[in-house]
Structure formats: structure tokens, C-alpha cells
Design a protein around this ligand. Structure first.
Ligand code: LCS
Length: 398
């Protein structure tokens, strides 16, 4: 494969393992915890990193190596790594990047468990944490400290689909804090729609549970960055701090999912656009948030930093009470009530009591996450069927 191959070619071919004499098309699952050494000297030189080669699956395994290389190619980064969950990726990267006494400056709208790791976890170990609205660059500027070492955000944010100007924040961070890292959770956009490293960020994080796998059957996390930082994450963060290693079988499934990432994301985006337009036209719907709609306050930024679509998530609020809104969700037939996102099935959830129940009511309000918001992860079914399911129940709301 050529280095300048297109996205689709890379998502299929990067990291292909050559096994002479067998030549399997798909990479076999290396379901082994450890790797044999020929001699004690060889074992010692592997541990000393003098000789390349595998040692023990927590430190590396051909299946996880392969998907790390593949995601790095798709994100235009030098190196990538795989972890046991998206939270495993968040914790491994931040335990590596931060020390006691450092300051983490993060956006206020975060996945609920990222929010609790920052506010209840890191703070117990002497890390200072400030959450502000990253869509307002003046707020970010005003909260930078001499010890700010990480700028962290999602874009679009979970669940309220706010956008953060990745290029502007990266420029500000690098100009004011040359040692700091800009870390972007790219789970909602995927590298098919948005490449934070090209816009100046240093590290990209994913819950690979979502679009990268795409089939709702794996929990996994990934990170991409410079070869130096990813090596530090592997040899310190993952090995010593979290041990949140991804299993070979899960890595194999991510590899398989990645082969169709572009066509799946394209269809998610097309369906989400149709669903968002339908919801916006329905009198029972009070508000629709979707970066692809002209009504999204940051639609221009979305067009500038996302390419090929605006994602598969649509967030909305109904013109009715919380109780009636819950009844609406309960009565849907095709749309399934479940957390997670990026799967073939359309999923609907209530962030305030589910994915973001780690937030206090005050923190929810501060972050612009409405108590009555519903989050729809638009699946790969026929858009007409998803809309018909929503319409049947919306029409019953007076
Ligand atoms: N980052 C984002 C943006 C997420 O949405 C999630 C999970 C994570 C990180 C953590 O990934 P995990 O450990 O679950 O693989 N988001 C979920 C959600 O919105 N519903 O269920 C999980």
C-alpha cells in the first residue's frame, strides 16, 4: 500500500501482517498472554528494548499493534495504541500526561465518566482541574495558569453537540503553554469526518466502542499522537498506571469494524441529517441540535472543521413535560432505549438520568446539558423507518 493512499484503502490495508507460508487474508487472533524467548539473553534484550519483538500481551500484542497503526494512519498521527475501554484510553493518556501540581483545563461538556474522572478522580491526586466553556475562547484564555499542562475537550460534545474550534484552541494553547498538550476526544466525529491532529491538536482519544467498531459488541478505547508520547503511554501509562489493556479478540473485532468505517459513517450522517430535518419540522419538537442544520449556532465552524458530514447523533427536546417525554421514548418501537452510540441500531437515551447522571444539576446547567434533552444515535436502518417510528409517537403529543 502506498503512503499517500486514500482513507478507504488505509482503513482496509494498514498494518497487514505477513505470515510466510500461511498468508491469511484476515489477521489471525493472537490469543496468547505471553511470548516465548529463545534464550535468557533474548528475553533480557527485549525487556531492555534493544531487540524488537513481543514480550507479554499487556505490553503489546500483534492484534493491538495492528489497530494502533491503522488508527494512526487514519488520524494522520505517528503512532496509536489500544486500550480496554474509552475510559481506559482517557485515564491512560491523562495519567501519563499529568503530574501532581499540574493543571488540567477542560471543556465543561464531557461524557459523564470523563467528567467524574476529572472532578473526583484526578483531583484526589493533586491535579488542579478547571472546567469552562471551550466554545468561548476568552473563557479558556482567562483560565490558563502557569502550570496548565493539558487542554481537553470533545467536539462535537456528548450529549449537547457543541463544537470547539480545534485550530483556535490548539494555537492558543501552544502559544501560551509550550509544554502543554491539546487532547481531543474525537469519538463523535471519527477520523472520517474530522482530523484534530491536522488542526494542531497533540493527542486524539476515542471510545472505540462506538463508530470505530460500529457493531455494538465490543468495549474498547484508542489514542493517537506522536511516537514519543504514545511510547510513553504504552511503557508507563498502560503498563504501570492503568493496565487497561485491550484483549486480542476485541482488537480483531475493531480491525474488522474499521474496514467499513467510511461507508458506515457516511450512512449515519445521511440518516441523521434526514432525522434532524424531520424533527425540526415537527410541532411537538421544541429544539433540535445537529451541527448539520443551519439553525446550529456553530454551523459555520462545523462546515470548516468537519468534512463529509456532521455525525450520527441528533439531540432534541420536546414541547411537553418530562413525564410525557419519557412516555414518548418508552413507546418507540424501532428506536431502542440504550446508552452507547455509533451502532447499526438506532439508540435513544436520556442524558440527565443516564450517561450524564454523574453531573450535579448545577454542573448540567453550566455545561448547557438540558434536563429534558433526548439523545438519538441514528443507526443504519432506512431513514424512512426511523422517521416513521418517531413520527407515529410525536403525532400523539398534544
Ligand atoms: N468519550 C466519549 C465521548 C464517550 O461518549 C464515551 C462513552 C467515552 C469516552 C468512554 O468510552 P467507553 O469507556 O464507554 O468505551 N460514552 C458513552 C455514552 O454516551 N453512552 O454509553 C457510553
Amino acid at each position: 500500500m502506498e503512503k499517500n493512499s486514500g482513507f478507504a484503502t488505509k482503513q482496509i490495508h494498514v498494518g497487514k501482517l505477513e505470515i510466510p507460508g500461511i498468508a491469511p487474508l484476515a489477521t489471525p487472533i493472537f490469543q496468547t498472554s505471553t511470548f516465548e524467548f529463545e534464550t535468557t539473553a533474548q528475553g533480557a534484550s527485549r525487556f531492555a528494548l534493544e531487540e524488537p519483538g513481543y514480550i507479554y500481551t499487556r505490553l503489546g500484542n500483534p492484534n493491538t499493534t495492528k489497530i494502533g497503526q491503522k488508527l494512526a494512519a487514519l488520524e494522520n498521527g505517528e503512532a496509536g495504541m489500544a486500550m480496554a475501554s474509552g475510559m481506559g484510553a482517557v485515564t491512560t493518556v491523562l495519567w501519563t500526561a499529568l503530574h501532581a501540581g499540574d493543571h488540567l483545563l477542560a471543556d465543561d461538556a464531557l461524557y459523564g465518566c470523563t467528567f467524574s474522572f476529572f472532578t473526583h478522580g484526578l483531583t484526589r491526586y493533586g491535579v488542579e482541574v478547571t472546567l469552562v466553556d471551550f466554545s468561548d475562547i476568552e473563557q479558556v484564555k482567562a483560565n490558563i495558569r502557569p502550570n496548565t499542562k493539558v487542554f481537553y475537550f470533545e467536539s462535537p460534545t456528548n450529549p449537547n453537540l457543541k463544537l470547539v474550534d480545534i485550530a483556535a484552541i490548539s494555537k492558543l494553547a501552544h502559544e501560551t503553554c509550550p509544554e502543554a498538550k491539546v487532547i481531543v476526544d474525537n469519538t463523535f466525529a471519527t477520523p472520517y469526518l474530522q482530523k484534530p491532529l491536522d488542526l494542531g491538536a497533540d493527542v486524539v482519544i476515542h471510545s472505540a466502542t462506538k463508530y470505530l467498531n460500529g457493531h455494538g459488541d465490543v468495549i474498547a478505547g484508542m489514542a493517537v499522537g506522536s511516537a514519543e508520547f504514545i511510547t510513553e503511554c504504552t511503557l508507563f501509562g498502560l503498563k504501570d498506571m492503568t493496565g487497561a489493556v485491550l484483549g486480542p479478540f476485541e482488537a480483531y473485532l475493531i480491525d474488522r469494524g474499521l474496514k467499513t468505517l467510511d461507508i458506515r459513517v457516511k450512512k449515519h450522517c445521511e440518516n441523521a441529517m434526514k432525522v434532524a430535518e424531520f424533527l425540526e419540522s415537527h410541532p411537538a419538537v421544541a429544539r433540535v441540535i445537529y451541527p448539520g442544520l443551519a439553525s446550529h449556532p456553530q454551523h459555520e465552524l462545523a462546515k470548516k472543521q468537519m468534512h463529509g458530514g456532521f455525525g450520527g447523533i441528533v439531540t432534541f427536546e420536546l414541547n411537553t413535560t418530562r413525564e410525557r417525554s419519557a412516555e414518548f421514548v418508552n413507546s418507540l418501537k424501532l428506536c431502542t432505549i440504550a446508552v452507547s452510540l455509533g451502532d447499526a441500531e438506532t439508540l435513544i437515551e436520556h442524558p440527565a438520568t443516564m450517561t450524564h447522571s454523574t453531573y450535579t444539576p448545577e454542573a448540567l446547567e453550566e455545561a448547557g446539558i438540558g434536563e429534558s434533552m433526548l439523545r438519538l444515535s441514528v443507526g443504519l436502518e432506512d431513514a424512512e423507518d426511523i422517521i416513521a417510528d418517531l413520527k407515529e409517537q410525536l403525532d400523539k403529543i398534544k
